[in-house]
Design a protein around this ligand. Structure first.
Ligand SMILES: Nc1nc2c(ncn2[C@@H]2O[C@H](COP(=O)(O)OP(=O)(O)OP(=O)(O)O)[C@@H](O)[C@H]2O)c(=O)[nH]1
Ligand SMILES: [Mg+2]
Length: 363
């Protein structure tokens, strides 16, 4: 899963990136337009893998992963407040956005927006995403209009349907409805998918608070429900989390205990991300590998097989499924089979979190 970290200048994007990735520590405080982009991969912690490792002693254990992208500030801060043109392709291919919103008050850190106003900044960033999509849709309308004029009569109908889909999305965007909330037919969705619109993607707001908090809630910002619907949210103190994340694991744990800070923000962000994106993990086990795979909740077994290998979708015969808890209780798959808790499921079986699956494939 790819998550792009975006937000207004000096909101703490790079600080939060460091906190989440526990990396070497990308330089903060001077990103801006000329700044570098940072990429970091984080393993999704999954206690089930630890137990399965003890059961199977596999050669390797593979956690699910999240890749975080920290983008530098916009080229022209007066034109765009955070959605840089240079890195648009990264935004387009991201699975979700983590929008960092400054609520820390520290007067020693310059605030280019003038002062803390979380509601204003959340709206500004959502507007930025919508403006970007509107621009794309406006250009698409022009291009489709042109294409229709030049097309042979036989091609006109399909091009017309494409144009209608683009116009419909544009009108809804103008009315403030992000693509992810627009009702689209399958063919409209297919036409629009090609444009990789930014408002199609889930948004998680990360309030970057002072050390002493308080946590901020989207619902308390006084924004319209239509704006805040479906937003994921998390509060964290970026600076403190960064300081702790850059320590050794032992020191990190010691100071968390000492300061009463709770679990690392990186875990909370992962949980909120899975929740907001509607994702789950299924597991595969064996002597070679024990592994977690991330998929949308209830994905049919045949598509879930495609997460393991693209050929598995085509060659899918059936899935042998045992819930993780049953597997651990039985002590192994063959015992699970004897006890009747190993099920044989077909193509359309909706895969659940914690299903341990063996795909039977015809290759
Ligand atoms: N007090 C305090 N300072 C913070 C916090 N988070 C970030 N900062 C400081 O704010 C400044 C800007 O942080 P960055 O992480 O560089 O912000 P950014 O959004 O990446 O900035 P650009 O990339 O330049 O847009 C740095 O001096 C950070 O140390 C926080 O939670 N509390
Ligand atoms: Mg930065």
């Amino acid at each position: 899963m790819d998550v792009a970290i975006i937000g207004l200048a000096q909101s703490g994007k790079t600080t939060v990136f460091n906190a989440l990735t526990k990396g070497r520590g990308a330089p903060t405080g001077g990103g801006g337009p000329g700044g570098e982009m940072h990429v970091g991969v984080v393993k999704v912690p999954d206690p089930r893998l630890v137990i399965l490792e003890e059961m199977y002693h596999p050669q390797k254990v593979v956690n699910a992963e999240i890749t975080y992208w920290d983008l530098p500030g916009a080229e022209d801060p007066t034109k765009s407040q955070g959605i840089g043109g240079r890195h648009k392709n990264i935004l387009q291919s991201a699975d979700a956005f983590l929008v960092v919103v400054r609520t820390f008050t520290d007067p020693s850190v310059h605030n280019p927006t003038g002062g803390v106003d979380a509601a204003r900044d959340v709206s500004a960033m959502l507007d930025e995403l919508a403006f970007s999509d509107l621009e794309v849709m406006e250009r698409a309308v022009e291009r489709q209009d042109d294409a229709i004029k030049k097309a042979k009569p036989a091609e006109r109908q399909a091009l017309g349907r494409h144009l209608d889909a683009v116009k419909k999305a544009k009108t809804a965007l103008e009315a403030g409805i992000p693509l992810r909330r627009q009702e689209l037919s399958p063919s409209e969705a297919e036409f629009l998918a090609a444009y990789q619109l930014l408002t199609a993607k889930p948004v998680i707001v990360a309030f970057n608070t002072d050390e002493s908090g308080p946590d901020v809630l989207v619902s308390q910002l006084g924004l319209e429900d239509s704006v805040t619907q479906e937003l994921g949210e998390v509060s964290l103190c970026g600076k403190l989390e960064e300081d702790l994340a850059l320590m050794s694991d032992e020191e990190d744990a010691f100071f968390r205990e000492e300061l009463g800070v709770g679990e690392p923000a990186t875990f909370r962000v992962i949980n909120v991300s899975y929740g907001t994106l509607g994702l789950i993990s299924f597991l595969t086990v064996g002597e070679d590998e024990v592994r977690a795979w991330t998929i949308p909740a209830d994905l049919p077994a045949q598509q879930a097989a495609g997460a393991v290998h693209s050929d598995f979708t085509r060659g899918f015969i059936r899935a042998e499924v045992i819930p993780y808890d049953d597997l651990v209780r039985c002590g192994g798959i063959s015992q699970g089979r004897k006890e009747g808790v190993l099920r044989s499921e077909g193509k359309t079986y909706p895969v659940k979190d914690g299903d341990v699956i063996n795909f039977l494939i015809n290759v």
